[in-house]
Design a protein around this ligand. Structure first.
Ligand code: DLL
Length: 434
């Protein structure tokens, strides 16, 4: 039996859900047209009036919004509400300089707390849970987003933030923490620390973890679950849309339910920008239909995935998104071949003895792209015969090469060599100057 926070809304029949979505979309379009100069101008340029939105199908008439629009209108130009109605801002730093700012009214903080509370409930949390929030607190949305959601659910909430891992482990034990919220890479880091500090699983009471903010593979899930003795759930979100809690896995872990009464999803072809149907892989686009601070029309996330509309056994009617396989803009092009770090990760971890810490290094030597992967292996393997190590390396190079269709050099390094991250891991170092 599934655990819900707002059962009626989470399990609403599709027809009623779509009615609600349309009503909210129409209200939103009128609102941003009136309140936000940016959207007023964009809609005028596209020749669209709010009254043109008569069905959900009319969504495709609306203009897209991009991260560049947020940068060009930095810091407050995308807000629909005046700053005296904004109660909080968050921001994320991209690969290129300027912060991307998001503004929240009290209404938006409420929406966010609610979708996060639903997300905790979907992972079988309740007011009996003891939640350690080890996402960073600050401009990053992870910490405060999880914090407000956990409190909204009535759970005991520990604002641990990231870092100071020894203290985190001490708290796990002393406070009988049941629920861990952090990036999957930090979860693995904590698992390593646990081993180093001599904790065993029986010292801990962990039941579940809500891990996200970066892509992670099924293989990484297996490692996290085994090492921390918990069930690992994938949580997705982005600050422009609200933060964590845009979607979450339920107990069936077959895609993540998007809270569709607040975030209207589409999948588009990133090249032609044409909407694609369910089941097709493309770029995820969101329209926020209940926010008032900085609502966005058709925001291009750059995240690549597909949508699943088959009913889920958990009873939730909200569509699911598959795991994000990468971003259309962090895709590496190596020797002309498109490569996603997630493909490399899956191939790496399909072999025994490989530690889940790696770095992908791309360089250009004599005009040729070279790909090298540094990966940690279990200490015991280093004391093995050289021949065995060599075999493992060749096998791994073969596996990765065939997964991504280009040749790769693997370097084994000992445990602890790859710099650990308490937030999002830096998986790729691109040394090419192109
Ligand atoms: O990372 C919000 C968040 C915090 C989500 C905590 C989940 C947990 P940003 O810093 O704005 O916001 O980064 C958003 O991170 O567009 C994705 O590319 C990536 N991302 C977030 N969650 C996942 C996930 C937060 N579960 C960007 N799987 C997004 C894959 C994810 N990628």
């Amino acid at each position: 039996m599934s655990n819900y926070h707002e059962k009626e809304l989470e399990t609403m029949p599709r027809e009623s859900l779509e009615k609600l979505q349309l009503k909210r979309l129409q209200t939103l379009v009128e609102y941003v047209y009136e309140k936000c100069d940016f959207y007023h101008k964009k809609m005028d340029e596209a020749g669209i009036k709010p009254s043109d939105i008569k069905s959900l199908g009319d969504l495709k008439k609306l203009p897209f919004t991009t991260k560049q629009d947020l940068r060009d209108n930095y810091p407050y130009g995308m807000f629909s509400a005046p700053t005296n109605e904004i109660v909080r801002i968050h921001a994320s730093s991209g690969t290129t300089g300027k912060l991307t700012v998001a503004g929240y009214t009290q209404n938006d903080i409420d929406v966010w707390s609610t979708v996060m509370a639903r997300s905790f409930a979907a992972c079988d949390c309740s007011n009996d849970s003891i939640v350690n929030v080890a996402y960073g607190y600050g401009l990053f949305t992870g910490g405060l987003g999880a914090h407000y959601g956990s409190e909204r659910l009535g759970a005991l909430t520990i604002p641990a933030s990231s870092g100071n891992s020894k203290r985190q482990l001490q708290m796990f034990k002393d406070f009988k923490v049941t629920t861990l919220c952090c990036t999957p890479s930090y979860a693995l880091y904590l698992a390593d620390e646990m081993k180093n500090e001599g904790y065993s699983l029986s010292d801990l009471s962990l039941k579940q973890g809500l891990f996200g903010a970066e892509p992670w593979s099924e293989e990484m899930r297996v490692q996290i679950e085994k090492k921390l003795g918990l069930k690992a759930y994938n949580i997705y979100g982005l600050s422009e849309i609200i933060g964590p809690g845009v979607s979450i896995e339920c107990e069936y872990q077959n895609g993540s339910h998007i809270w569709e009464d607040h975030f209207l999803p589409e999948i588009i072809d990133p090249k032609t920008l044409e909407p694609m149907g369910y089941g097709h892989q493309g770029e995820l686009v969101f329209t926020t239909i209940s926010k008032t601070g900085m609502p966005l029309l058709r925001y291009r996330t750059r995240d690549l995935c597909s949508l699943i509309d088959e009913p889920c056994k958990c009873g939730r009617t909200h569509v699911r998104m598959t795991k994000v396989i990468g971003r259309s803009d962090d895709m590496l092009i190596i020797g002309g071949v498109n490569v996603f770090p997630s493909q490399i990760e899956s191939a790496l971890f399909s072999m025994k003895g490989i530690e889940p810490h790696y770095q992908i290094i791309v360089d250009r030597i004599n005009n040729l792209d070279k790909l090298e992967i540094q990966v940690e292996i279990e200490d015991e393997l280093f004391s093995d015969e050289v021949k065995n190590l060599q075999n493992l390396k060749s096998q791994l190079e073969k596996n990765v090469s065939s997964a991504i269709s280009i040749s790769v050099k693997i370097h084994f390094v000992s445990r602890g060599t790859i710099e650990r991250s308490i937030g999002k891991a830096v998986r790729v170092v691109d040394k090419r100057r192109i």
